[in-house]
Design a protein around this ligand. Structure first.
Ligand code: FES
Ligand code: FES
Length: 151
């Protein structure tokens, strides 16, 4: 049995310890905001927070989350009460296809928590998530906008 806190709620689940955390989140628990992209730890579409740090959940065995705190994009906000990052994302019209964007937002939130006023270079250095639609300019603009609101 693996037990952890998911978006502030306790979860206990009887799965193989090696099952990727992403599979547990999407298939066992049914939260589909976190996406499966490469499955190899490269693209970041599957980014969630483990104890506040961004991790590639496709490449992390669920056993790593045992007795830890996990947050997914569903924890950030919703249409009525978006997180400042999500509000900036909407105002900057960041997404194109949208597939990478929940992972991008989780990476952006983690960055702003460790560095409230990142430069473009710091954004580029700390977020290695891939957007095949090339929305990087708008991502940087949205992170700077959210930085001003949060700061
Ligand atoms: S799906 Fe996890 S890094 Fe690409
Ligand atoms: S918006 Fe399409 S992959 Fe990023």
């Amino acid at each position: 049995m693996i037990s952890f806190e998911l978006n502030g709620e306790p979860v206990s689940i009887d799965v193989e310890a090696e099952m990727p955390l992403l599979w547990v989140i999407r298939e066992e628990i049914g939260l589909r905001g976190t996406k499966f992209g490469c499955g190899m730890g490269l693209c970041g579409a599957c980014t969630v927070h483990l104890n506040g740090q961004p991790v590639r959940s496709c490449s992390l065995p669920v056993s790593a989350a045992d007795n830890q705190q996990v947050s997914t994009v569903e924890s950030l906000g919703d249409e009525d009460n978006p997180h400042p990052v999500q509000r900036a994302w909407i105002e900057q019209q960041v997404p194109q296809c949208g597939y990478c964007q929940s992972g991008m937002q989780m990476a952006a939130v983690a960055l702003l928590e460790s560095n409230p006023s990142p430069t473009n270079a710091e954004i580029d250095n700390s977020i290695s998530n891939i957007c095949r639609c090339g929305t990087y300019d708008r991502i940087r603009a949205a992170i700077r906008q959210a930085s001003e609101e949060i700061g």
